[in-house]
Design a protein around this ligand. Structure first.
Ligand SMILES: *Cc1c(COP(=O)(O)O)cnc(C)c1O
Length: 713
């Protein structure tokens, strides 16, 4: 085979993120050159740029990779070209006019750092599942040239943020161009200033995401920086980002020749898109404002993610009008009416303009992301529907799910695939996958778990060495400490997510003595792995990180607690695949859903969680551990004290004894039964595939048919 063919097949694979959920492709790159694969930080295009033709062809031959490369490329072609999909059968109407899915962040892979946490990863999983199911969805987002940030901790455990500009040439980013080949730019009006944006396309299997980028010549400097960083800057940068995302996003779709039949807003950041959609209806179809508004609302779907009133995006009226006066004029409505679209009380000039209110007023369909969160949202927004009881507020719920193939360890999937009829994991009914997972023998399940756990421990030790050396630690001493860090036989608890204060990363630490006794019990040792970033402006979150680091340095702990720097999807994957127990103890009901526990469950970890968000509907008493917590409480200190007691006693009385209850062969039989029950009851039900079929049935199809279901005052 010629090197040119090999290279072109590998490039074909590299230009679509399909490879990120088909580990056999990453395996090819790793086998070609493990060091280079690591050095380019898992970016196939960068890898190919660094490998010349002679080396490529030598190594493919030496390691017998040629057939596998061809097979992977053929598999991708088949996967993306197949017409017999779930979507073709159940959502054909979306083929002509697809769903436009707006999100401020997309978590697709660690090499494209345009996400900060669960919201972004959810959006990425939504895109991947829609590709697998053959549901036409076009993502719309922003290309943050400097990403979120790289987390570095100093010697005192304090978080610092570093930025590394991403290089579009090394990523599967394709700039949209016009017929003459020139970059296609869209323009939005920000007050008196026209602002331009380039549009990049990322292919995610069958579907694409359009990412806007204002860092182009011709824009004033302040505007070039607008899309540099995710969730950065003051309110005026924020409103500008949201203007580009919403208004610019809709224009980018038009420029790409896409006419969406459904507008799905993943959180309120993109709600300005609905104003632009109304404006387009007014100019194209000569409707009145009310007619245009109703038409847009009928096809708009809004997913809210924020159960805390203070968490919703709000802008002062002056700031809004400074940017949106031309939009108001184009809509032909008064300033009061315009501002009223984002206010609960249209006539209250003291009320700030809330993006959630805007989205709720202009979308016929809205949902929270778990049953409990739906309920909380109905209560929170009841005032928008005066005269209705909370139960009658038209906000439903679709519980989030995770993309199975992105999060399940290859080793676990292979256990299941041996027993699966060919192709059945791909057809949108994950039941086969889940039932097979549930039928795997205890021995095999435990064996795979132990392998994954030792991968995780190896990874954490290597990371620990790297982070200590970066801080100037002595090499020999660090190696010695790393060798004593974590014990493969200890019960391993994982806690990794954004370090937002409501997630209470240090809840276990409220009683240091009792925690030390738990961790250092010689017969039943317990250890904890932490990871997570605090928002750069969240002082409280940074203090929590410092407290965890401080605990991890307690000499009495002998390497039983570790904080892994720079949490991202790569770290997340290793953690959810290797720990025994996934701990989640948010202040109820502030966790709208939570998804990391679903990833852990797919890999045979057991959840130990406060019954908030998804866990309230997921736990059945036998598929993990539920912490007997209450809430909401007005008094946070009291709630924390009670939850701390409940969490520790669950771990001491239930988790630890069950884990160390060993059969003659050393395997924890009762623990393994629980794992099997967890796989059976949580696998498909909390998958993105199930979530997507729910969105199609309950939201997208009615919206695409323009059926109006809600009347907003
Ligand atoms: C899944 C995931 C999250 C979400 O975690 P929660 O526990 O739901 O907050 C956050 N960050 C990353 C990198 C993830 O993969």
């Amino acid at each position: 085979m010629t090197p040119a063919i090999l290279r072109s097949r590998l490039e074909f694979l590299a230009r679509n993120l399909w490879w990120t959920w088909h580990p056999e492709v990453a395996e090819l790159f790793r086998e070609l050159d493990p060091t280079l694969w690591k050095d380019v930080r898992h970016k196939p295009l960068a890898f190919l740029a660094h490998m010349d033709d002679a080396t490529l062809s030598d190594r493919s031959r030496t390691f017998a990779l040629e057939t596998r490369i061809l097979r992977a490329a053929r598999q991708m072609e088949q996967d993306l070209g197949g017409e017999d999909t779930w979507g073709a059968t159940h959502a054909g109407v979306l083929n002509v006019r697809p769903v436009a899915y707006f999100s401020a962040e997309f978590g697709l892979h660690e090499s494209l750092p345009i996400y900060s946490g669960g919201l972004g990863v959810l959006a990425g999983d939504h895109m991947k599942a829609s590709s697998d199911l053959g549901v036409p969805v076009v993502g719309v987002g922003l290309l943050y040239r400097q990403g979120y940030f790289i987390q570095r901790l100093d010697a005192s455990g304090w978080q610092h943020e570093e930025f590394a500009p991403l290089n579009p040439a090394e990523l599967p980013l394709e700039m949209l161009r016009d017929a003459s080949g020139a970059p296609l730019h869209i323009t939005v009006q920000a007050g008196a200033h026209p602002v331009h944006a380039a549009v990049w396309r990322v292919r995610v299997g069958r579907n694409s995401i359009l990412l806007l980028d204002t860092d182009i010549p011709g824009n004033p400097e302040v505007w070039r920086e607008i899309t540099h960083r995710l969730y950065w800057g003051d309110q005026s940068s924020r409103i500008r980002q949201e203007l580009v995302l919403g208004v610019g996003g809709l224009r980018a779709l038009a420029a790409a020749g896409i006419r969406p039949g459904v507008l799905h807003l993943n959180e309120g950041h993109s709600a300005f898109a609905l104003l632009e959609a109304i404006r387009q209806e007014l100019t194209d179809n000569g409707l009145t404002f009310e007619e245009a508004r109703d038409r847009v609302a009928a096809k708009a779907v809004f997913t809210t993610h924020t159960p805390v009133p203070a968490g919703h995006d709000r802008f002062p009226a002056e700031l809004l009008m400074e940017h949106f006066e031309p939009m108001r004029a184009a809509l032909g409505i008064s300033r009061e009416r315009f501002l009223g679209l984002g206010r609960v009380d249209e006539s209250d000039d003291n009320e700030t303009f809330c993006m959630t209110v805007l989205a709720l007023k202009l979308s016929a369909r809205a949902n929270g992301v778990s049953a409990l969160h739906g309920e909380v949202s109905r209560e929170m927004w009841q005032m928008l529907w005066p005269g209705r009881r909370a139960a009658e507020v038209p906000i439903g719920h679709i519980t989030n799910g995770v993309h199975v193939r992105s999060w399940i360890a290859r080793e676990v999937l292979q256990l299941a695939e041996h027993r699966l009829p060919a192709g059945s994991a791909r057809d949108g009914s994950g039941h086969a996958l889940e039932e097979t997972l549930g039928s795997i023998s205890s021995g095999a399940l435990w064996e795979v778990h132990c392998v994954l756990k030792s991968h995780l421990i190896g990874f954490v030790r290597r990371r620990f060495i790297a982070q200590e050396l970066r801080r100037g630690a002595d090499a020999a001493a660090t190696e010695a400490r790393a060798a004593r860090l974590l014990d493969p036989h200890a019960l391993t608890l994982g806690f990794a997510r954004r370090f937002a204060t409501y997630k209470r990363a240090t809840l276990l630490q409220r009683d240091r003595e009792r925690l030390l006794r738990l961790l250092t019990n010689p017969e039943r040792p317990v250890q904890m792995i932490f990871a997570g970033k605090a928002h750069p402006k969240d002082h409280g979150g940074k203090e929590l990180i410092r407290d965890v680091v401080e605990l991890s340095r307690d000499p009495a702990l002998e390497g039983r607690v570790v904080f892994v720097e720079d949490y991202d999807m790569h770290v997340a994957r290793l953690l959810v695949q290797g720990v025994d127990v996934w701990v989640n103890n948010p202040r109820r009901p502030e966790e709208a859903c939570g998804t990391s526990g679903m990833k852990a469950a797919l890999n045979g970890a057991l959840n130990c969680s406060i019954p908030d968000g998804w866990w309230l509907e997921a736990c059945d008493g036998r598929n993990g551990f539920s912490i007997n917590a209450t809430g909401p409480h007005a008094d946070h200190a009291m709630q924390d004290a009670r939850d701390h007691e409940a969490l520790l006693s669950t771990i001491e009385r239930e988790v630890v004894p069950l884990f160390f209850d060993r059969a003659a062969d050393g395997a924890p039989q009762h623990w393994i039964s629980r794992i099997r029950h967890s796989l059976l009851t949580l696998g498909w039900r909390f998958s993105a595939e199930r979530m997507l079929t729910d969105y199609v049935k309950h939201m997208y199809l009615p919206a695409a048919r323009g059926v109006s279901s809600m009347t907003v005052s």
